[in-house]
Design a protein around this ligand. Sequence first.
Ligand code: 9MR
Length: 367
Amino acid sequence: MKIKTFILLGWGVLLFSNFTYQGQDSEALSLKEAFKNDFAIGTALNSWQIEERNPAVNELIIQNFNVATPENVMKSALLHPKWDTYDFRMGDKLVEYGNKHHIKINGHTLIWHSQLPAFIRQIQSKDSIRTFFTDHIKTVAGHYKGQVFSWDVVNEALNEDGTLRNSVFLQKLGEDYITEAFRLAQEATPNTELYYNDYNNEQPAKRAGCINLVKKIKNAGVRIDGVGIQGHWHLGKVPLKDIEESILQYSALGVKVMITELDIEVLPRNFQGADVNQRLANTSESNPYTNGLPDTVQQQLANDYEALFKLLLKHKDKVSRVTFWGVTDADSWLNNWPIRGRTNYPLLFDRNNQPKPAYFKVIGLKQ
Ligand code: 9MR
């Protein structure tokens, strides 16, 4: 009896949540529908979401997004746990999920200095790194040939000043490794779109480095279809001017521009970007909104999102996709970075799977 009541109550909440929100009919609302003539709307998906463990969140995903990026399951540490062993189970589930719900998949990511398999640390020789690099791209891009729409081929290869990051790939393979990665991906999966993805690459110095990189790949006769600007930005400081300049400059190179990991940080942090190695100490001031977001901050967040989407709509002929880095505030990586266990509010859906004022501002631009 108790269980029955619980289930009934649960469905009641679910139906109600799909029905009205602050006087608005949210059932009729859908980000992907609202922006269908402008750009694709994406989200990052974690394992729980791929396995459809939470029906309410699953509904939100299906209702709002037409493209998805795996938050972690296609990273090399997970896909390629041992030198000669690949584990495609979760990646394959994501592809199935996409087919079932008409959601295109953006593979993330073939070559990244972070979340590498543990065995890489034991490898010293250039030849072995080259073998790993080549086999990994050929095997993974080959496995998902025709199954994913696009790949983030190389992720975060640049320093803030636009020079190349001193990663194991730069050290062992030299600076042509980026072009080489795109060449190998193109051979393995000729009909898949191929992208370079980074954070802060809307900032002038890093942007200049990114432009050089795109030119270098193209001059070598290798295909690159797009540049992803991750978009891990901060409340009240979304760099609209730099974003606009970047959209114009990247698209002038003949590539698509995407916002690929969008979230807006509302908690105190004294640096920008998304370098997972950067951490901050936990202090009494670092987690101020454990009991909810003050209205002024909520409004500022809504205004920031509105201004950003206004700009993206202005350049909809150049911007092909906008992907949020997570579905609801509950599963954002920003609850645990750069400080573990904070209560963060960077996305459009709250911890109860309800659309936030920012959601209505964004969708309001199309009504
Ligand atoms: O959101 C991801 C988080 O769950 C992982 O712990 C983290 C580990 O490196 O990676 C996060 O995603 C990153 C993405 O793959 C690349 N750009 C920065 C993202 C946030 O760190």
